[in-house]
Design a protein. Structure first.
Length: 395
């Protein structure tokens, strides 16, 4: 009889306990979402992925983040709630990575994927000599961060891991930059010698020596090679002479005319639309955001009337779906304005080619004109997302 009387009370306590737990977990997720919005609003360039679980009235907090500040803020919030919790969050990079938390790309082009497997979507690419941060490891893949802050996975064969001392030595050493669209590094100072590897536009190798025809260079993995001087230049000399102008952007972009489209590509082996614009600016001394949907948030907004009248050579044009009451604007394509009487722009779609916004021209692009969203001017713009490489030069 006593058991029957207690049963409804136990059931009530169980229901209340479940309700309190659900309310608490909802509150915790709200706190987590707020922190994520502040520190990692774009998962392509920052990590904050946290989960909560209530086990026997103890909150188990798990997940990963690359922000110590975000982690500390979450812990502070949890302590203020006066609840029992176990913190299992990994702050990257951690012991999984080991002491070598940096890397440099060792192949002409490295493929950086959305997930740690070769069959995963290509997210972006890195060029030979590119400096990288290592954040995590899974099997034979490393989660790395590129100079434009893009985070994704690369297989171990594409990188040379380094500790801080080795990484600093690489970054401060004198370099040679490859300025042709593609070519080779030779084993000796002769085109008849064996090939060490191929090499593409924008690649960096350590300077060792030079003669009348060749630079002697060293790879991040200590391989030795030689590059024709007609195809490369000493990096500091190149960078000191860079000046961001519309004419120079046009000249660089047209060098890639006809190059194939490759989703996720950012090299002369193949490039997508934003990879193409990124390369055009990189070879003029500037690192810009990786994707079109990121590029539209940098620089100065121009052509508010969408009539192309105020555009200047080198401006970036963006295309996609306009915002409605139900949906946000969606940016899916980008090109570079060439600013001439034919109203031309150059972009990567199928391949790199020139199109026109003038109906009278044979290469008129009606499809993109109809989905034109607006433009941004990077030249002369002061923006934290547009990084001038010259600022990293030693005086």
């Amino acid at each position: 009889m006593k058991l029957l009387k207690r049963a409804p009370l136990l059931l009530l306590l169980f229901v209340l306990s479940c309700k309190d737990s659900a309310v608490l977990l909802k509150e915790l997720h709200t706190i987590s979402d707020t922190i994520k919005t502040q520190y990692a609003p774009d998962k392509r360039v920052a990590i904050f992925d946290v989960n909560f679980e209530d086990i026997n009235d103890i909150i188990i907090v798990s997940g990963i983040t690359d922000s110590k500040e975000a982690h500390q803020k979450l812990v502070t919030n949890l302590k203020s709630l006066d609840i029992a919790f176990i913190n299992n969050i990994r702050v990257l990079p951690d012991t999984v990575v080991g002491p070598k938390k940096f890397a440099v790309a060792r192949n002409s082009v490295i493929n950086i994927r959305s997930n740690p497997k070769h069959s995963a979507e290509l997210g972006t690419q890195g060029l030979l000599g590119m400096s990288l941060k290592i954040l995590d490891k899974k099997g034979d893949f490393y989660r790395i961060q590129t100079p434009d802050s893009y985070i994704s996975w690369v297989d171990k064969g594409g990188i040379q891991k380094m500790n801080k001392k080795q990484f600093d030595a690489w970054n401060t050493s004198e370099k040679v930059i490859f300025i042709k669209t593609n070519g080779f590094v030779y084993a000796a100072a002769s085109e008849k010698s064996p090939i060490v590897s191929d090499i593409t536009l924008g690649a960096l190798l350590q300077y060792r020596s030079e003669n009348n025809s060749f630079f002697g260079v060293k790879y991040p993995d200590n391989r030795i090679g030689f590059i024709k001087k007609t195809e490369a230049i000493r990096y500091n000399s190149w960078l000191k002479n860079t000046a961001l102008t519309g004419e120079k952007i046009e000249k660089t972009a047209k060098k890639m005319n006809g190059f194939p489209y490759l989703w996720g590509g950012t090299s002369t082996k193949g490039m997508d639309c934003s990879g193409f614009t990124k390369m055009a600016y990189l070879m003029n001394g500037f690192i810009i955001p990786r994707d079109a949907s990121q590029q539209i948030n940098a620089g100065k907004k121009v052509d508010r009337d969408l009539n192309f009248k105020t555009l200047e050579k080198g401006d970036l044009l963006f295309f996609g779906t306009k915002a409605t009451a139900e949906k946000k604007q969606r940016v899916v394509h980008v090109g570079i304005w060439l600013g001439n009487q034919k109203m031309e722009f150059i972009h990567a779609s199928g391949n790199v080619h020139i199109s026109s916004m003038d109906k009278a021209e044979a290469h008129y692009d009606d499809f993109n004109k109809k989905r034109y969203l607006g433009s941004r001017r990077y030249i002369g713009s002061s923006n934290k997302n547009i990084i001038a490489l010259r600022t990293k030069l030693k005086p």
